[in-house]
Design a protein around this ligand. Structure first.
Ligand code: GLN
Length: 470
């Protein structure tokens, strides 16, 4: 079997036709990981033994003719999604010795299909970052050019799939953490409609923004994995009973032209425009639209997200989870544990979040940000009155080099300009590879981002397939 050509869909056919077993497939991936991962560091832990046991169970099910879409499919899971009995650290020192006491709902659903879990993948600590450089366990390298970042925060999941060390992976996306690493590694990344996929068992970052979603090689695989994990879950109070709307063939794609002037790389823009041209040739109407509030998305996100994260991370106090630094008073236990357990970016966001929520400043920052967020959400709703989808690049530039933005948090945050408005509005979006730009000796992949109305993932898949074929 040629792992570089394999997709979930093609592996499913081969497994069902008994061309090879799930155990053969799993062993091939474990081999690939042992050959490649020392140089890439996509995985924080590989579960060779349990993966092989899971593959054997999958083989028995395939033999019985009872295979489902993920039966025997080897997958990688981001380190902030709980698997019962397994370590889960969110790439933080504070959770170094933490073990998950239960399965996340998405994991439970995959286990019901007898999927194979290869290991947990590296990420920016608590999903805060755009390069995986904020992991407490060292960065992950981009398989396309190892001098460059794989994106983040789901950089380990992206590198694992791009280097054929997993057939597909799960990531989480609070402000772009699935779409941006997918773009930088040449993969398809989906951020589902808020509420479509259960957040139960996902370590919370910004609870009103977080969604779990797939990183895959193709749009078909993205749909397959999304179908397997989506659906109502009583354990998540924001889970939607009915999230999907009836499919209608998309025809009009809106492009917020003015927004594209926000410092986009010229070569990247050329690739983006070429893809728009190809879509026009396929019969889509490409229409310029005006969305004047979008440029404020970044500022709003970097108020709302730290506010929510500062609250969510209050639970890591040295008493209830993981690391605990002894000290004479309880206050000192909190301070010492958090000071030692959290990295600099996490501490920065806790401070910013606490500040924007504090009595004297909540009106000026947090409440104002929420008001502008409502404006952004309205602007999307208005736009979808006249267009079926909105297209923007996934990132403003191709993958950057290690260290390029680490000393300037604002430059790092600017990487998220095109991804965060989607999370603020709760709408679904997909990043699909649409071409390359040359940098030094590398051909770096570019992501084409498609955004649709709530519940219209099918629109994303339909246009995504046309981008793939372009
Ligand atoms: N890069 C963004 C941030 O640092 C998004 C992170 C995410 O989606 N988890 O917040």
């Amino acid at each position: 079997m040629d792992l570089t050509k394999l997709t979930i869909a093609s592996a499913r056919k081969a497994l069902d036709a008994k061309e090879y077993s799930a155990l053969d497939l799993t062993k091939a991936y474990i081999d690939q990981i042992s050959q490649k991962d020392a140089a890439l560091h996509a995985y924080l832990e590989v579960w060779e033994k349990s993966a092989k046991d899971e593959a054997k169970r999958a083989d028995a099910r395939i033999a019985a003719g009872e295979a489902l879409s993920l039966t025997g499919i080897p997958l990688a899971i981001k380190d902030n999604i709980l698997i019962e009995g397994r370590a889960a650290s969110s790439a933080s020192k504070i959770l170094e010795n933490y073990r998950a006491p239960y399965d996340a709902t998405v994991i439970e659903r995959m286990k019901q299909e007898d999927a194979v879990f290869l290991g947990r993948t590296n990420m920016d600590e608590f999903a805060m970052g755009s390069s995986t450089e904020n992991s407490a366990y060292g960065p992950t390298r981009n398989p396309i050019d190892t001098a460059r970042i794989p994106g983040g925060s789901s950089g380990g999941s992206a590198a694992a799939v791009a280097a054929h060390m997993a057939l597909a992976a799960l990531g989480s996306d609070t402000g772009g953490s699935i779409r941006q690493p997918a773009a930088h590694t040449g993969l398809v990344g989906l951020k589902p409609t808020y509420g479509a996929v259960s957040r139960y068992g996902l370590m919370a970052m910004g609870s009103s923004l977080d969604q779990i979603g797939p990183l895959t090689k193709t749009v078909d695989d993205s749909k397959l994995l999304f179908e397997a994990i989506r659906g109502y879950d009583a354990s998540d109070s924001t889970s939607l009973k009915e999230s999907a709307k009836d499919f209608k063939k998309p025809r009009v794609i809106g492009v917020p032209r003015a927004f594209l002037e926000s410092g986009v790389d010229a070569d990247l823009l050329t690739v983006f425009e070429k893809t728009l041209g190809a879509l026009r040739e396929k019969g889509y109407e490409i229409r310029d639209i005006d969305m004047p509030t979008l440029p404020y998305g970044l500022a709003v996100y970097y108020v709302v997200m730290p506010a929510e994260a500062s609250t969510n991370l209050a639970r890591f106090d040295g008493i209830r989870y993981g690391l605990s630094e002894p000290a004479p008073t309880i206050g000192e236990v909190y301070a010492k544990t958090r000071g030692k357990g959290f990295g600099p970016e996490v501490r920065r966001r806790i401070l910013v979040g606490t500040f924007v929520l504090s009595a004297g400043y909540a009106d000026a920052y947090y409440r104002k940000a929420r008001a502008v967020r409502a404006g952004i959400t309205r602007e999307f709703a208005d736009a979808f009155q006249s267009v079926d989808a909105i297209a923007v690049p996934t990132t403003p530039a191709p993958a950057f080099k290690f260290g390029e933005k680490t000393s300037d948090p604002l430059a790092m945050y600017a990487e998220d300009i095109f991804s965060v408005p989607v999370n603020l509005a709760g709408v679904p979006a997909i990043s699909v590879p649409c071409g390359h730009v040359a940098r030094e000796s590398s051909q770096l992949p570019i992501g084409f981002q498609i955004i649709a109305e709530h519940g219209r993932e099918e629109t994303l898949f339909a246009i995504g397939k046309d981008v793939e074929a372009a």
